[in-house]
Structures are given as C-alpha cells and as structure tokens.
Design a protein around this ligand. Structure first.
Ligand SMILES: NC(=O)c1ccc[n+]([C@@H]2O[C@H](COP(=O)([O-])OP(=O)(O)OC[C@H]3O[C@@H](n4cnc5c(N)ncnc54)[C@H](OP(=O)(O)O)[C@@H]3O)[C@@H](O)[C@H]2O)c1
Length: 256
C-alpha cells in the first residue's frame, strides 16, 4: 500500500527514457495519478504497450533518439504535445546507458556515447522543454545522476564523469531558469535491480559481492526511486532546486 498519493489530474509531463526501468515506472505512476505523459525513447512499440497497464491514463509515446535529436527535433516533439494538451508542468530525463571501460585502454566510442546519452541529450532536452512557449511557470524538472558520481567504482570513469557533469549542470541551470520559478534537481539512485541497464551489467560483469551486502534497507527496485521523483515534481517540493538527492537504501553508507 502506498500511503502518499499524488494527484496530477490535468497536469502535463514529459518522461525521457520511458520505455524501460525507472523511466517507465515514473511514466506509469504519473499517468495513474491523472497526468498526460509524453513518453519519449527509441522503442515506441514498447511504450504503446504501456497504455494497457493497469490504471494507466494518458500515455502519449513518441520517438526520440537523444544522441541524435537536434534542438529542432526536441522543439517539434514537445510542440506537438503542448499543442494538444497545453503547456507542460515538468519533465524527467532518465535516458542513460551503463557499461564499463578502464582508464587505460579506454574506448572513445563508448565514452562519447555515455556522455551523449546522459549529458548532451539532457542539455538539449532542458533547452527546449524550459522555453516559455512550452513550460508553465513553476515547472519542475528532474534528471537521473547516480551514486557512482560520489564514489569510486572500478571501470566507471566515463559513466561517473557523465553523472558528475549532470549534477554540476543541475546547479547552474537551476539558477538560470529560476526567474520563471522553474526547479531542477537530480536524483542519484544506488544499484536498482531489474532494469535493463542493471540486468545487462549483472549479465556482463556480475554483481560484486560487497555490493550485494551494501544495502541497509534491502535491494532497490524502480518503485523505491519513483516516489522521490513524483515528490520533486509536486508543489510540496516547491522550495527545492539545484540539488542532488541520493536514493540508495543506505548503499553509500557502505553496508553492515
Ligand atoms: N539501474 C541502476 O542501478 C541505476 C543506478 C543509478 C543510476 N541509474 C540511472 O538511472 C537512469 C535510468 O536507468 P534504468 O536502470 O532505469 O535504465 P534502463 O532500464 O536501461 O532504461 C533506460 C532508458 O533510456 C532510454 N534510452 C537509452 N538510450 C537512449 C537514446 N539514445 N535515445 C532515447 N532514449 C534512450 C531507453 O529507451 P530505448 O532503448 O527505447 O531508447 C530506456 O527507456 C539512467 O540514467 C541510469 O544511468 C541507474
């Protein structure tokens, strides 16, 4: 049972990376709470299927490849949603890719794609989504960073650097968009099980034993993180901006 219920009836949100994992969870919860949700990712057919999930209201899927979308492309997809439903009240950017590459023998193609997906795509999204013609004053935006940006996991140089860049961007952009009372925060999850990214990582590299012991509050799942995001999007969080919030079941405390 969830004791805290959100009411987003008549509100409009964008979720980037809505076809899987935490983005999908957030998109579904927003739509179950009454919002119209523009769901963006490459796999439109997967997001189409989300319409049939229990309680899902208005899920509006559309294609975006965040590594290729120009500012014009972002404007076009947001304009079409705003034209039909009205200005947005906020957005969530979860698109990201995992992977491992050592500092020595680093793979530039991989390093660039991590940065393109987590960072550059996010900047272009924020540039478009915060335009006055698209966003209502007082909109709230959330982007996904990671606790990897706060610690020193082996092989995570590029992933962690991209997430550190995201946290820095949040502090600077939050200031620049504050005249419109917009808010911008990042959420840094710990290891979240059963998303495509974490399943892939577990398949390719396994889960280190010390990580399995690290959760003071048990293993993480997408619905352990989505509540913080829905809160940050709500007016109960209207004095919170420019910060990074860790949601990790105590993982950063280093286990028992
Ligand atoms: N899982 C974890 O343990 C963990 C921990 C800390 C932080 N995070 C961060 O949390 C976020 C969500 O992670 P997750 O585990 O939920 O991942 P996930 O299940 O792999 O979902 C990633 C989403 O990003 C989208 N995406 C990836 N590349 C894209 C592209 N080029 N264009 C458009 N969309 C793209 C994917 O959609 P398509 O493939 O359909 O395009 C998918 O919807 C990521 O930023 C990740 O770095 C995850």
């Amino acid at each position: 049972m969830q004791e805290v219920k959100f009411n987003y009836e008549g509100k409009n949100f964008i979720v980037v990376g809505a076809s899987s994992g935490m983005g999908k969870q957030i998109a579904l919860e927003l739509s179950q709470a009454g919002a119209n949700v523009l769901c963006l990712a490459r796999r439109v057919e997967v997001m189409e299927q989300m319409k049939s999930e229990q309680g899902a209201g208005k899920i509006i899927p559309a294609f975006v490849d965040v590594t290729a979308a120009t500012s014009k492309d972002w404007d076009a997809v947001i304009k079409s949603f705003v034209g039909e439903y009205g200005k947005i009240n906020g957005g969530v950017y979860t698109a990201g890719i995992g992977g491992v590459s050592a500092f020595r023998n680093w793979n530039p193609e991989y390093a660039n794609s991590v940065m393109d997906t987590s960072y550059w795509g996010m900047l272009r999204f924020m540039q478009s989504a915060t335009k006055k013609r698209f966003a209502d004053d007082g909109s709230s935006f959330v982007v996904f960073a990671s606790i990897a940006a706060r610690v020193s996991y082996q092989g995570q140089l590029f992933y962690a650097s991209a997430k550190s860049a995201v946290q820095t961007a949040v502090r600077i952009i939050a200031k620049e968009i504050s005249p419109n009372k917009h808010r911008f925060n990042s959420v840094s999850p710990g290891w979240v099980m059963n998303t495509e990214m974490s399943n892939q990582h577990a398949n390719d590299f396994g889960i280190p034993q010390d990580m399995q012991n690290a959760f003071l509050l048990g293993e993480g799942t997408a619905d352990k993180v989505s509540g913080m995001v829905l809160f940050l999007l709500s007016d109960r969080a209207d004095w919170i901006t420019g910060t990074d919030i860790v949601v990790d079941g105590g993982q950063l405390l280093g286990g028992i």
